[in-house]
Design a protein around this ligand. Structure first.
Ligand code: SF4
Length: 141
């Protein structure tokens, strides 16, 4: 593993996008940043700019309105990049499945590397998902 890849795995920068969720999963993701879970102590930073991000964390289903933004965010991220889908909505559409504006899971729009189950996904599951994503990142040459 090269120096840059090592740095990425040691301190992954994450960009979080709510694709149209009920905000339940977003609150659980934010809980990971609070002193109780404090993922920043592991070097995991939540940033606002996709151009600096290694991992795109998405909540909510793909829908007609936000899928263009989702694709745009993904395309702005530098390679190698990973996508983590948090919650049942991002995997299948979840409770919004079959609504008139829902396309389904976010894998209808962008490739997904890690799925985190739950409705809402628990913070422990979100952290497990990040660890799995870092493992995948460390194997990218
Ligand atoms: S998976 Fe459940 S909690 Fe998460 S955004 Fe969808 S409906 Fe809300």
């Amino acid at each position: 593993m090269g120096l840059i890849s090592k740095a990425r795995v040691k301190s992954p920068w994450i960009v979080h996008y709510c694709c149209g969720s009920c905000n339940g999963c977003d609150i659980e993701i934010l809980a990971c940043l609070t002193p109780y879970y404090d993922v920043e102590r592991f070097g995991i930073l939540n940033i606002g700019n996709p151009k600096h991000a290694d991992l795109l964390v998405v909540t909510g289903p793909a829908n007609r309105r936000s899928s263009r933004v989702l694709k745009n965010l993904y395309e702005q991220m530098p390679d190698p990049k990973l996508v983590m889908a948090v919650g049942a909505c991002t995997a299948t559409g979840g409770v919004f499945h079959n609504c008139y504006n829902i396309l389904g899971g976010i894998d209808q729009v962008i490739p997904v590397d890690v799925y985190v189950p739950g409705c809402a996904a628990r913070p422990e599951a979100v952290i497990d998902g990040v660890v799995l994503a870092l493992d995948k990142l460390s194997k990218i040459k």
